[in-house]
Design a protein around this ligand. Structure first.
Ligand SMILES: [Ca+2]
Ligand SMILES: [Ca+2]
Length: 602
């Protein structure tokens, strides 16, 4: 990775953020303490024995240059850090110590502590009075409890979704909010009385919508927290130059809201239990994956469309600029990262796994967003059953988007079997989508999205160079007019297609020095099962690429094809990171050794 950093350079803005981050608190500032168990808000907070009890109390007195140390515990509060008089040399560092042991929870406290009285309603369903709806519900064993829209649906578990997706069988457990009550059926129809059950706040469109942590100052470092249970934001930094680091966002619709010149790193973003929910409902539906109809078509407001990092800009404001998201682990969610909500920004060295719609969206929902100048590189994308990379915004997506040195593959029953790798939809306004040096390993898919009735000029700005494409079963032609395959640029690609391969798209990908090979083995990867995709000596990938100024200038001799040069030092930590620094959320996540991309099972 050091190699990668040297090769691609570190933008000046990021270097500045690093300096800020390393500086932490200011030597002249105070250190304040919060102790959720032994502290008191009548204390002055300036030493551990005189700690505050709540983060909110500390937030009221924190000033630029201070450091805040928050001890272990679950904090059921929504702290607001206002204008603290911060500056570049007077940052504020908000630190959980030890990291991962302070949970800031947006959940309903009484239910979380098992203090709610639940009344049996038959069929394993229990009720309690509660007017506030919830987006997420989960148990202390990280069981994801599905939100049904009516009590009738919860009882019958039959969910009707619009259009062709039809009727779907939902999970046995679930909850619903109806007539001023919450109804709940736990897994195994267990009695919820005395048990810890978490309900998040509702999402937009249902009141009240609550952010958990709000930070209204620039130059703030938010470090080491677990943030749980909100239908909106885990943390919102409304001013520029925020650093969000070593945080786990669980059951948060959006992780960190950030503005200009901000950094999100070493964070984790997940709905724990979502993968089990996907597999359980797949079994109930005869093997058909039904996450999309259950969570997007059935629910009314795209409730699960979220992102680890989300722009704080309003709908009609320009997108935040110079944002970096790196070294994060994003998994068991519907959407992973809406990088297109930012401009002049990048995401690199992140691991995405089991994002059920898109791993990364290079588009945005805001009306003013133009999605300019985005770089997505050196990421590992595993098992996305939707379109792993998306740039669909026909009205105002400008680009350019540079997508390079990523490894995109499936390895389990959710492998990349669906219809498309790159969900592109640009309508010709773009300054281009540039795909360089990626590895795509799928069974059957179209490489990109095209439709007959779309203007086809946009394809002229699409470039594929020095990529490795593996289609183990079927390379499908995008469904545009015949002949449009020659509109995009291609050079130096290697395609492995041992099964069926549409000749038009295959020939188009192989233009300008491409090669077709007939087996994965013929690529000569050093160790695909261990995700070591460097070509070994003698590999046909070596020196088979084309020069791309600014992207492979440091290659030895002629550039090698694929994400790595043969002599790259990928270090002991590729692919990184599989876990957060403290591995709080998903201690049973499969290790690298369990990955076997060569053998998808379905
Ligand atoms: Ca999506
Ligand atoms: Ca070379």
């Amino acid at each position: 990775m050091a190699e990668a950093r040297r090769r691609w350079g570190v933008p000046a803005a990021i270097s500045a953020m690093l300096l800020l981050a390393c500086a932490g608190g200011n030597a002249d500032g105070r250190t304040l303490y919060v102790d959720g168990q032994r502290g008191s808000d009548r204390n002055v907070g300036t030493s551990a024995p005189r700690a505050f009890r709540t983060i909110s109390a500390a937030a009221r007195v924190l000033r630029g240059g201070d450091k805040l140390i928050v001890g272990p515990g679950v904090y059921y509060e929504r702290p607001v850090f206002g204008d603290m008089g911060t500056s570049a040399d007077k940052p504020v560092w908000i630190l959980a110590q030890p990291r991962g042991k302070a949970i800031i929870s947006g959940a309903w406290k009484a239910a979380a502590k098992g203090h709610v009285k639940w009344t049996p309603e038959g069929d394993g369903v229990y009720s309690t009075p509660r007017a506030e709806p919830a987006l997420f519900c989960w148990t202390d064993r990280n069981e994801f409890i599905f939100r049904y829209m009516t009590l009738k649906d919860l009882r019958t578990r039959k969910v009707s979704t619009p259009g062709r997706r039809g009727e779907v069988i939902g999970p046995t457990s679930g909850f619903t909010c109806e007539g001023g009550k919450l109804y709940l059926r736990l897994p195994g129809s267990k009695d919820p009385n005395g048990r810890s059950v978490m309900f998040s706040s509702p999402s937009w469109g249902e009141t009240p919508t609550e952010k958990i942590v709000q930070i209204g100052s620039s130059h703030v470092i938010f470090d080491g927290f677990r943030v749980q249970g909100t239908g909106t934001f885990g943390v919102v930094c409304t001013k520029p130059r925020a650093t969000v680091r070593n945080c786990v966002f669980e059951y948060c619709r959006e992780g960190a809201g950030i503005g200009d010149d901000s950094l999100v790193e070493w964070c984790e973003y997940a709905y724990p239990g979502f993968h089990d929910f996907a597999e359980a409902t797949r079994k109930l539906n005869g093997g058909r994956l039904v996450v999309y109809p259950l969570t997007k078509a059935y629910h009314p407001r795209n409730w699960y469309e979220g992102s680890l990092a989300y722009p704080t800009a309003g709908n009609d404001d320009p997108s935040p600029k110079r944002v970096t998201v790196r070294y994060c682990y994003i998994h068991q969610v519907f959407d992973g990262l809406m990088l297109g909500g930012f401009e002049g920004s990048d995401a690199h060295h992140n691991v995405f796994e089991h994002c059920y719609d898109n791993h990364v969206e290079l588009e945005t929902w805001t009306r003013a967003g133009r999605m300019r100048n985005i770089r997505f590189h050196h990421n590992l994308l595993l098992s996305c059953p939707g379109g792993p990379i998306s740039h669909q915004e026909p009205d105002h997506l400008e680009g350019p988007h540079y997508v390079y040195r990523n490894v995109v593959l499936g390895y389990d029953a959710h492998g990349l079997d669906p219809w498309v790798i790159i969900k592109s939809k640009c309508y010709g306004k773009g300054r281009g989508f540039y795909y360089y040096h990626n590895l795509f390993w799928v069974r059957s898919a179209e490489p990109y999205w095209n439709e007959k009735n779309w203007p086809q000029e946009w394809l002229k700005t699409f470039a594929f160079k020095n990529n490795v494409f593996i289609f183990t079963q079927n390379l499908k032609r995008p469904t545009g007019p015949r002949g449009t395959e020659d509109l995009f640029k291609a050079a130096g690609n290697v395609v492995v297609a041992p099964g069926r391969a549409d000749k038009a798209i295959l020939d188009a990908l192989l233009r300008n020095g491409g090669k077709r090979l007939d087996s994965v083995k013929a690529l000569g990867f050093r160790g695909a099962g261990k995700l070591d995709f460097r070509p070994r000596p003698g590999s046909p990938l070596i020196d088979a690429g084309v020069k791309i100024p600014g992207f492979n200038d440091a290659a030895r001799g002629t550039p090698d094809v694929g994400p790595f040069e043969a002599d790259d030092d990928i270090g002991p930590h590729w692919p990184r990171p599989r876990r957060t620094a403290f591995n709080a959320a998903d201690p049973t996540a499969p290790g690298v050794a369990n990955l076997s991309p060569a053998a998808p099972s379905r």
